[in-house]
Ligand binder design. Structure first.
Ligand code: SAM
Length: 259
């Protein structure tokens, strides 16, 4: 049976690629992805037919992967992070649902998860996702801004830790400022904010700041922005002989059990 692997390759560093994803790539003859993601895979792409498609060509990429797989080629469709989170997996199933292509239904599809940017960012600073959280994409290219604004407002009122994906791009520079204003109406200016840029990649940069001090002009499309809830805390740990380090965590309620 023809096979399509739908793979999330994690935030970038190959040590964060799951063994299952690596095995699926090894078994594939054809890889379909945005060029940067193929570049991040390095030697794993050797000997494979690489179908690079640009940003904005998501529909063509998913169609191409389904067509290659249904023609008998073991194919991997690849996104960074988790392919089910603001990525290509959903498009594969939307095409399957809406297009009259009976041959696509013969393809054996396997979705393999990856570590998402919010998990990578959280791990770098401690445990900010320790209690209820949500993820919101600030891209209004496919979703009307009114919908996004409503979700931010509800998440703010619900006191969720919020991970903002796609916070800013060259064409979208005001949404993060607007999100900041909505959140400031619901939580203190001192609320911890984490900026994770290029997580696990060569130029990784982690910044811990506050909601009040969050400067959207310092954020770009390679950044994950995480806003703590009203209980998230920044602590400083100072080893006897080392540099002090800041950690962020969101308590789960154990304080009642701790003496
Ligand atoms: C289209 S979404 C893809 C998300 C991806 N599927 C995931 O699970 O991480 C792209 C956004 O994810 C975030 N992102 C993805 N990889 C990242 C990384 N290595 N470092 C920081 N942010 C990242 C950024 O907010 C970026 O604008």
């Amino acid at each position: 049976m023809s096979k399509l692997y739908v793979i999330g390759t994690g935030p970038g560093d190959l040590n964060w690629l799951t063994p299952a994803a690596k095995e699926a790539i090894n078994q594939s003859t054809d890889l379909v992805a945005y060029g940067l993601y193929l570049k991040l895979l390095g030697e794993l792409t050797e000997g494979k037919i690489c179908h690079e498609q640009d940003l904005g060509e998501e529909i063509q990429r998913a169609e191409n992967a389904l067509n290659l797989a249904s023609s008998g080629k073991t194919t991997s469709l690849i996104s960074s992070g988790d392919i089910g989170i603001f990525a290509m997996a959903t498009l594969v199933f939307e095409l399957l649902d809406t297009q009259s292509k009976p041959e696509w239904h013969d393809v054996d599809i396997q979705v393999l998860p990856g570590i998402s940017a919010m998990q990578a960012a959280a791990s770098r600073v401690g445990a900010p996702l320790g209690h209820d959280f949500c993820a919101i994409s600030l891209s209004d290219l496919l979703t009307p801004w009114e919908t996004i604004e409503k979700r931010i407002t509800c998440a703010a009122e619900g006191d969720f830790v919020i991970s903002f994906y796609n916070p800013v791009s060259k064409k979208r520079d005001w949404q993060l400022q607007k999100a900041k204003e909505i959140l400031l109406a619901n939580r203190p200016g001192s609320t911890p904010v984490i900026l994770g840029r290029n997580l696990t990649r060569e130029t990784e940069a982690i910044t811990i700041t506050t909601l009040e001090a969050l400067d959207p002009t310092q954020v770009d499309m390679l950044t994950l922005v995480m806003i703590g809830n009203s209980e998230s805390k920044v602590i400083e740990s100072t080893p006897a002989n080392g540099e002090s380090k800041q950690w962020v965590y969101t308590p789960r309620g154990y304080s009642k059990k701790l003496i």
